[in-house]
Design a protein around this ligand. Structure first.
Ligand SMILES: [Zn+2]
Length: 364
């Protein structure tokens, strides 16, 4: 088992194309071909975590938070981040991070939060746009089925809870093979017309190469006529935050207690709302105040998130509760989630949950 095996499996779940522009998810230190002796799962990377990895025989750290975001000019050990990078490199320990790409999938960071609060009918709060491509390809009737199956197999044609979605229309294709051509149908120099089907399918943009490969593999023509478009559609399976409902409306005090128990925190900062109860709950692990207006638009009674600044609390306008439960607290179950996912894929592999609580924030 190499780093690459683990990474490929993780990125099947949370494709890197889903990370935000400011992010730095992926393998930050180390070489993908390295044999993995064990992986340590953590929310953050610190010197203590790197030491723990070495002590427990792990040469790879799988973290949620990247250890650095911005390009760096120096690794001189004079700051915490460069010390960690140097320490990891010296000990031959790889650093990998699965960050906003895991925030933006349906079964990621926010699903754990939803489950802990017992939310039902959970869906993405703010679906992402610009992630969907569309392929239009012209296929001779004889090869319609085989090309279509190959495209579906490669991941095209999924819309929400539906798969194998396509649009097809029959028509006539024409072409004249030149002298140097080696046509599947037709003779050099003669104009051919062939009954063809125009197939349209959508696909996630990160699967584009795979989809085109599948198309070329199944299509009989020497030159395949096709077009690829980028759409502006949003996609319900990917995006920021989630929203769901509690089984019944509950009093606000009871809700605060529920959140406190679910996240084992004694420190919830919150803005109140008018009315006695809550039922529709929006959530976002980590810094989620950018979702306040979206949550209100979706009719949430409360938004549970972290890193809410003073002025942001006003934006609930007394119509929606805004709860800041702490960044670490909101995402503390993420390493468990990664552990659960990977141990199902690799049941006999040495995966270890860190024993260190990396939260730098103390409460007095
Ligand atoms: Zn975070």
């Amino acid at each position: 088992m190499t780093f690459r095996h683990l990474i490929q499996e993780l990125e099947q779940w949370a494709p890197p194309a889903l990370q935000e522009s400011y992010d730095n998810s992926g393998l930050m230190v180390g070489e993908a071909a390295t044999l993995c002796t064990g992986a340590l799962l953590t929310l953050d990377i610190t010197e203590a975590i790197i030491q723990e990895a070495e002590d427990r025989g792990c040469n790879l750290i799988l973290a949620h938070h990247p250890i650095w975001f911005q390009p760096r000019k120096r690794l001189n050990g004079e700051d915490l981040v460069s010390r960690c990078i140097l320490m990891a490199a010296r000990k031959n320990i790889g650093l990998y991070s699965i960050h906003t790409n895991l925030d933006n999938v349906q079964h990621g960071v926010n699903k754990v939060i939803a489950d802990r609060l017992g939310l039902k009918q959970v869906k993405i709060l703010d679906p992402k746009s610009g992630l969907i491509g569309k392929l239009v390809v012209y296929v001779p009737e004889t090869h319609r089925e085989v090309v279509l199956s190959a495209l579906f197999e490669a991941g095209a044609g999924n819309i929400g809870k539906y798969q194998d979605c396509s649009f097809q229309v029959s028509g006539t294709g024409t072409f004249r093979p030149l002298a140097e051509a080696n046509p599947y149908i037709g003779i050099s120099g003669r104009l051919e017309s062939v009954s063809e089907t125009q197939i349209e399918v959508i696909f996630p943009i990160w699967a584009k190469n795979k989809i085109l490969q599948a198309m070329y593999g199944a299509h009989p023509y020497e030159e395949v006529a096709y077009q690829v478009f980028k759409t502006e559609n949003s996609i319900s399976e990917y995006g920021a935050g989630m929203i769901g409902t509690l089984d019944t409306a509950i009093p606000k005090q009871e809700f605060l207690q529920l959140v406190r128990n679910a996240f084992q925190t004694g420190n919830i900062r919150y803005a109140d709302k008018t009315g006695d109860s809550v039922q529709k709950i929006a959530i976002c692990g980590g810094s989620g105040s950018f979702l306040i207006s979206r949550a209100m638009q979706m009719g949430a009674d409360a938004l549970v998130t972290a890193d809410v600044t003073y002025h942001k609390f006003f934006e609930g306008e007394g119509k929606m509760m805004i709860l800041d439960i702490g960044h670490y607290e909101s995402e503390q179950f993420t390493p468990w989630l990664i552990h659960e996912y990977l141990s199902e894929k690799f049941p006999n592999f040495a995966l270890h949950l860190s024993k260190i609580r990396t939260n730098p924030v103390q409460y007095f």
